[in-house]
Design a binder for this molecule. Structure first.
Ligand SMILES: [Zn+2]
Length: 90
C-alpha cells in the first residue's frame, strides 16, 4: 500500500519532529560555525583519526579546539555556545 507522507504529517509537525530528532542527535543539519571566540578566525570541523566517533571543531587560525564529542552535532554545539574562557590547545 502506497502512502504519501505529506498526507500523514502536517508541515508544522515536521518542524517539531525535526527539532525533537535534532535534540536526540538522531539527525543533524550543519549550521554555520561561529568565528573563533579567541581570535575571530574561521572554524572547521574535524574528526579524530585515532578514535571512531570522535568529532571536534577547531579554529584554523589559532588552533584552539573543542574537546572530542561522540556526535558531530555536539561538537558544533559546543563550539557555537562557547564562551570566552581558557583556551584548550596543547
Ligand atoms: Zn582562533
Amino acid at each position: 500500500m502506497l502512502t504519501k507522507i505529506d498526507h500523514l504529517i502536517a508541515p508544522d509537525d515536521i518542524d517539531k519532529a525535526i527539532a525533537v530528532l535534532k535534540e536526540a542527535n538522531l539527525i543533524f543539519t550543519r549550521e554555520t560555525l561561529k568565528p573563533c571566540p579567541f581570535c575571530g578566525g574561521k572554524a572547521e570541523r574535524g574528526q579524530s583519526n585515532v578514535r571512531a566517533n570522535a568529532y571536534f571543531v577547531r579554529c584554523i587560525c589559532c588552533r584552539v579546539t573543542t574537546g572530542e564529542f561522540e556526535h558531530e552535532a555536539s561538537s558544533q554545539k559546543a563550539w557555537n555556545e562557547r564562551t570566552l574562557s581558557e583556551p584548550n590547545n596543547d
